[in-house]
Design a protein around this ligand. Structure first.
Ligand code: BG6
Length: 485
């Protein structure tokens, strides 16, 4: 069913990597599924001086290849007829006039979505120039792509700058992890099933692990990555948001602010680090070159556009605690890394052993809930079962559900879901300013510790599960990472 919302979507940074790899393919999927209003337009904008035809040739060459499902040439042709291109330079006010004229062609639109897939330094001039044309009226929504700053102060500056021209309820700060189906399903699993919610607290949960591991290295993004690092690229946003979804209390409704209020409470209850405590609670590491039977694998320092002496982290592991009634004393282990052994994002809850166990030789990997977010969506509970035959030995067997098999329906890519939400005006899966700033505040002592080079930068072989120090971080509590058990 097409959405009832008649939109114009203005995509700044339209020739960039994200637009080509993710945004346009996601819009194609929404179009192919009949989810876009028939008159909705996509106005690609960037500094390059291109005609619409030339832009479409680029889309044909660079974007179409990223559509892996539901491709159909006829549908593609109808999709690209929605696209127009305009050359606009963020820093030159006079170049905005024709964008204003283009939008004025259709006064009947329900809303105008301005998607800023550009470096944050352009957010302020773009918003200012749009406002000069009156393009900040209540029908306009502005989407901000990460990274939203490099620390708390720069994030506040960006928010202040955009906030001068747009109200908070017009601002959509994207974290694409929140658009992932499995993360949304987590709320249903937790709050919709009697078996989970009563156990979801310090009384029953021993520890929690959150992992986002990637197999790829930094590829062509060395220049960006080297000034960013894993903490800013993955922890401050994706991992922290995952943590909020796991730890939050039930919101009073699914309204955007009800959900965001609960996430904010988690962020505020996160035990703060001091610059000193970072050295014992946080591990940073960088991948080093390895040689395997399949060939050799570059270390981070050999990647393109990475300085030979770089101390940028490509891996982070954190032992966090949440100081509230529900979670006091339960360690939350967070980790993310590039060039790891596998690509996987998952949440693991280890439940406490039952008191007075009858089965003393119980399996240590049982009583564990594993929620895989990607590449496959699944929920598995590792249970203790009796080993068949004489005696009372027990072993672990897995009670599992593969979502793709069990639940029919077309799965949306995160960006498709989020783009449709912006068009529809649903803010629930976007970060509010206070959430974002609370996340920056929490990682600030980590950045300060590393800037002062207080904690060591460990190495881990490319293609491995990370450094020894991350193993030791858990061993201190008598725990091990999930894949090692
Ligand atoms: C992005 C990071 O936000 O998320 C990338 O900038 C990372 O470095 C990517 O590769 C991971 O997203 P996904 O959806 O592939 O897990």
């Amino acid at each position: 069913m097409a959405t009832q919302t008649n939109f114009d979507l203005v995509l700044f940074g339209a020739t960039g990597d994200l637009a080509m790899r993710k945004l346009l393919p996601s819009l194609y999927q929404a179009h192919a599924a009949g989810l876009l209003h028939p008159q909705g337009r996509i106005l690609g904008v960037s500094r390059s001086n291109l005609t619409t035809e030339a832009f479409l040739q680029k889309v044909e060459a660079d974007s179409k290849i990223h559509i892996t499902r539901y491709f159909n040439e006829e549908t593609w042709q109808t999709f690209i007829s929605r696209i127009h291109y305009l050359s606009v330079d963020a820093t030159k006010p006079e170049t905005f006039a024709h964008l204003g004229d283009k939008l004025a062609e259709r006064p009947e639109t329900d809303n105008v979505v301005i998607y800023l897939s550009t470096a944050p330094k352009f957010f302020m001039p773009v918003c200012e120039n749009l406002a000069k044309l009156g393009l900040n009226h209540p029908k306009v929504r502005v989407v901000l792509e990460k990274p939203l700053g490099t620390d708390l102060q720069s994030s506040q500056e960006i928010n202040d700058a955009v906030g001068k021209f747009y109200q908070e309820n017009q601002i959509y700060r994207i974290d694409h992890y929140l658009g992932k189906e499995a993360l949304q399903n987590l709320l249903v699993l937790r709050f919709g099933n009697v078996m989970f919610e009563p156990l979801w607290n310090k009384r029953y949960v021993d520890s929690v692990q959150l992992t986002i591991a990637e197999k790829l290295g930094v590829e062509e993004r060395g220049e960006f990555y080297d000034i960013t690092g894993a903490l800013r690229d993955m922890v401050q946003n994706h991992l922290v948001q995952m943590l909020c979804m796991v730890a939050m209390d039930a919101p009073s409704s699914l309204d955007a602010d009800a959900v965001r209020d609960e996430k904010l409470k988690v962020l505020k209850a996160l035990k703060p680090f001091s610059v000193e405590s970072v050295s014992s609670e946080v591990v940073r590491a960088q991948y080093s070159a390895t040689e395997t039977e399949q060939g050799c694998c570059n270390g981070y320092l050999q990647e393109r556009n990475v300085p030979e002496s770089s101390r940028t982290e490509t891996y982070v592991a954190i032992r966090a605690e949440i100081d509230n009634e529900r979670w006091q004393g339960v360690p939350f282990y967070l980790r993310t890394g590039k060039r790891m052994a596998d690509k996987v994002a998952e949440i693991v809850l280890n439940f406490k052993a039952l008191p007075n166990p009858l089965f003393t030789e119980g399996s240590p990997s049982a009583n564990r809930l594993v929620i895989e977010i990607q590449p496959f969506e699944s929920i598995r509970f590792h249970t203790q079962v009796k080993t068949p035959g004489a005696g009372s030995r027990v072993e672990t067997a897995v009670l599992g559900m593969d979502m793709a098999k069990e639940v029919a329906g077309r799965r949306q890519e995160a960006y498709e879901r989020l783009l449709l939400d912006v068009i529809e005006g649903n803010l629930a899966l976007f970060n509010r300013r206070d959430e974002l700033e609370a996340a920056w505040a929490w990682v600030t002592p980590i950045m300060e510790n590393w800037q002062a080079d207080k904690a060591p930068l460990h190495l881990y072989p490319a293609g491995s599960w990370g450094p020894e120090a991350a193993r030791a971080l858990l061993a201190r509590d008598g725990n091990v990472w999930h894949e090692e058990q």
